[in-house]
Design a protein around this ligand. Structure first.
Ligand SMILES: CC(C)(COP(=O)(O)OP(=O)(O)OC[C@H]1O[C@@H](n2cnc3c(N)ncnc32)[C@H](O)[C@@H]1OP(=O)(O)O)[C@@H](O)C(=O)NCCC(=O)NCCS
Length: 167
């Protein structure tokens, strides 16, 4: 939670409205925790990053044909501010791609906040393919990206989920 709230404050300080819906989706973190979908990157005993990986996509964004494909959906990616700039976000995304690959997924997908062009550029610069932008007026996220699920091409890193569900 502190990794996410620290980054929300960082976004506000930059004048960004990204994750303005935080109060709504924070209530869904409990079920994600219980499912073992929330992962933490540790440096010794310090939590320095987090990513959520789910095997079911949001039907507001993804078509029935896409949802039928084996894919992993990542969200709530955050790196502790004092560790920014080390490409730990890329590491977490690569790890999620490797995890998805091992679960038989063909793709890793995500939806990004619509107004945040810098965030879209972040994904484009790291090999993600832009698919389309959701026109659903109820949703403020929905810039859709995907890339193939693939094994990591570097020494494996170990992430721990907060529960023991998938261990
Ligand atoms: C995305 C993130 C995990 C990447 O961590 P990292 O590997 O340490 O990389 P950095 O934090 O150095 O980010 C790389 C660049 O992208 C920019 N960036 C990252 N997320 C951004 C965002 N949400 N809005 C605007 N710019 C963003 C950073 O400012 C940085 O720009 P710079 O190179 O000009 O300094 C981290 O920046 C973060 O926690 N961002 C906020 C939360 C977020 O947007 N998560 C993704 C939600 S889909």
């Amino acid at each position: 939670m502190s990794l996410l709230t620290q980054r929300i404050q960082w976004l506000r300080d930059r004048g960004s409205d990204q994750w303005a819906t935080w109060e709504r989706w924070r209530t869904k973190l409990g079920p994600s925790l219980a499912a073992g979908d929330i992962w933490i990157l540790w440096d010794d005993d310090e939590a320095i990053g987090t990513i959520t990986v789910e095997m079911t996509g949001d039907s507001d964004f993804w078509t029935p044909a896409e949802l039928a494909e084996p894919a992993a959906y990542v969200s709530k990616l955050a790196v502790r501010l004092d560790r920014a700039g080390e490409e730990l976000g890329a590491l977490l995304l690569a790890w999620a791609g490797d995890y998805a690959f091992r679960y038989g997924c063909r793709y890793v997908r995500l939806d990004a906040w619509k107004t945040n062009k810098e965030l879209h550029n972040y994904y484009l610069a790291r090999g993600w393919t832009y698919l389309r932008t959701s026109t659903d007026p109820r949703r403020r996220s929905g810039v859709l990206f995907q890339r193939p699920a693939a094994p990591m091409d570097q020494e494996p890193v170990e992430l721990r989920t907060i529960t023991t569900h998938r261990e």
